[in-house]
Design a protein around this ligand. Structure first.
Ligand code: ADP
Ligand code: ADP
Length: 232
């Protein structure tokens, strides 16, 4: 469970104060798949970064599975992030001179996971995203859609309860975007809670729950009862 109550975020630069989020309220239940849409600059990335504990919030209460995030030390917060959160970004963020296997391995090493366990997880995750035969390839030898699947495998290798995706299909053509969406749907079915920011209305409609951020607040939300893709 992820819950935000009256979360506000103020960015203060020399002359300008920006309220990126104001009194933002949201409850996310275990196993949900949520698409987040809204105008540019409305606070979507800020919300996602706060949800992933990548940046602090200014006020309000943020609970992640009964842990009050605002009360944690830097180390406790980093541990919680490593345990529970996986990220996927628009630009894939793969390391260009490491092969796919090594790319997935980096965060596992960082978490102190032993070699044998790393190998198991990496092979399983590469299999899951359909790239098992490409383990030795470099990112540049793959299409954009395949690179994003590696980034998804890297996130999955951490066994995250929450998968946070910021415009994961923003750099992909519509076919590849759909493949990435299908992969996310499978991952969700297997139990990860997914929150995905997207500009793509068609993809958003495929998610079981849509929320919209406008001016730093949840504007509206629609619960789509029927997940079948009648809109596609
Ligand atoms: P979205 O993801 O919906 O496009 P963002 O969350 O990126 O919106 O930004 C929300 C608001 O906060 C915007 O007005 C943006 O300019 C501002 N903002 C975001 N990051 C920073 C930052 N690091 N410093 C100052 N202002 C920022
Ligand atoms: P920096 O100081 O390098 O710009 P940040 O802007 O990420 O780093 O964070 C500023 C301070 O807020 C740091 O002490 C950081 O540990 C803390 N912080 C970061 N994320 C959170 C969070 N989700 N909740 C509370 N504090 C946080």
């Amino acid at each position: 469970m992820l819950s935000m109550k009256n979360i506000s975020k103020v960015y203060q630069t020399e002359k300008v104060q920006t309220h990126a989020l104001r009194d933002f309220n949201l409850e996310v239940k275990e196993g949900e798949f949520i698409a987040v849409t809204g105008p540019s600059g409305s606070g979507k990335t800020t919300f996602l970064n706060i949800a992933g504990m990548l940046e602090p919030f200014s006020s309000g209460e943020f609970m992640l599975d009964d842990v009050n995030v605002g009360t944690l030390s830097d180390n406790e917060r980093a541990d919680l992030r490593n345990q529970k959160i996986g990220f996927i970004f628009q630009g894939f963020n793969l390391i260009p001179d490491l092969n796919l296997y090594e790319n997935i391995e980096v965060p596992l090493r960082y978490r102190g996971i032993k070699a044998a366990e790393r190998k198991l997880r990496i092979e399983e995750c590469l299999e899951k995203v359909g790239l098992a035969s490409r383990a030795k390839h470099l990112p540049q030898q793959l299409s954009g859609g395949q690179q994003q699947r590696v980034a998804i495998a890297r996130a999955l290798a951490g066994k995250p309860r929450f998968l946070l995706a910021d415009e994961p299909t923003g750099n992909l053509d519509s076919l590849m975007a759909r493949q990435v969406m299908e992969l996310l749907e499978n991952i969700n079915t297997e139990g990860s809670t997914i929150i995905m920011v997207t500009h793509d209305q068609e993809l958003a409609r495929r998610a079981p729950r849509n929320i919209q951020v406008v001016d730093g607040q949840l504007a509206d939300f629609t619960l789509y009862q029927n997940k079948s893709s009648d809109s596609v």
